[in-house]
Design a protein around this ligand. Sequence first.
Ligand SMILES: Nc1ncnc2c1ncn2[C@@H]1O[C@H](COP(=O)(O)OP(=O)(O)O)[C@@H](O)[C@H]1O
Ligand SMILES: [Mg+2]
Length: 384
Amino acid sequence: MIINKLIAKNWRNFQLIDVPLRERQFIVGPNASGKSNLLDIFRFLRDIVKVDGGGFQKAVKDRGGVSNIQCLATQNVTEVALEIHIAETSCSSATWRYGIGFRRETREDCDAYLTHERVWQEDQLLLDRPDADDTEDPDRLTQTALEQSATNAKFREIGKFLRNITYLHLVPQFIRYADKIQGKIIEDDPFGQGFLHRVASVHPSTRRSRLKKIEHTLKIAIPQLEKLEFVHDKNTGHPHLQARYEHWNSTQAVHQEEQFSDGMLRLIGLMWSLLENDSIVLLEEPELSLNLGIVAQLAPLISRMGRDRQCQMLVSTQSDVLLKEGCIDSSEVHLLLPANEGTTVMPFSDFVEVGALLENGFTIGEVVLSRTRSEKVEMLSLVE
Ligand SMILES: Nc1ncnc2c1ncn2[C@@H]1O[C@H](COP(=O)(O)OP(=O)(O)O)[C@@H](O)[C@H]1O
Ligand SMILES: [Mg+2]
């Protein structure tokens, strides 16, 4: 199952988003255009249905409250609203539709109140709030039906689906120095602080098979690499990744993650997460720290792994090289176009001149990046 349509009103720097989504969808835009904000919509929906202490109020609070979420570019915001369509494929009609609206209303310690919550199964409306019970007890509007097992029996499948959404924005230093930092791990570990423990926690045979696949890809990027292994430190018991290299001096031929390059760590983390998940994976700018040769291979890699595991990949990027690959369809790319009145999300295929440019030998990357580059970017070099 995938989310094949997203509608959002007044979410962060977007007044309105209304776009279809493919199995592999690239979200392309310059700095501060809202790539992370857009991906955060899916994390928000996941947070509502989290088993261990999630919920609508916490999801709003974690984002600084409704006043932080609602779009500052909209005058007199009446509500923030989200709707998703869940379907078998990007071309099928929706099996489920889920929509919520909420607004700010400071009462006691609650900040967010639902203005509506609706669930459709195919064309049948299963839930339409506020209902009679909500009118009788308005406090009920501080919780979604999705997070309450007593009220969501008919559409529990939606919650199960959203719960598996994974977000990944690996920070190599967190993996490398996890033991030394020993800090509090951020909920859901989006930055990879607990990555090595995640690797340690899976069954040894699964771990071996995943590392083998990763090793295979790494060998293409790093030809001297001979083997990627998982080990436990004999003294401390801490988990480590270890790479063996073909090296003229065999005493120096083993490196642990502290010595891995940023790009190598990000690639390992990226592939592990793709192998680990079979729902929706949100990837933030996967091109960071990778050399251009590898970036050029990311789109087919993501696509292959998505197909194998039948999951959806929503990928934010600023890289024209990542979008160079010939088999990216123009409907797989959405452009974020920032303006004073907020950012608009434009399916790349909606630009009239795109077909002609592609036929004349331009790659999607070249056309996209020329549209998203800031006109003032050259002025950076003039800053004294
Ligand atoms: N509620 C809001 N209304 C309008 N703009 C917002 C709101 N919240 C955040 N922003 C703006 O969104 C931008 C950051 O978007 P972000 O998703 O981090 O960009 P990107 O990931 O593309 O670099 C910032 O310019 C910030 O000011
Ligand atoms: Mg970002």
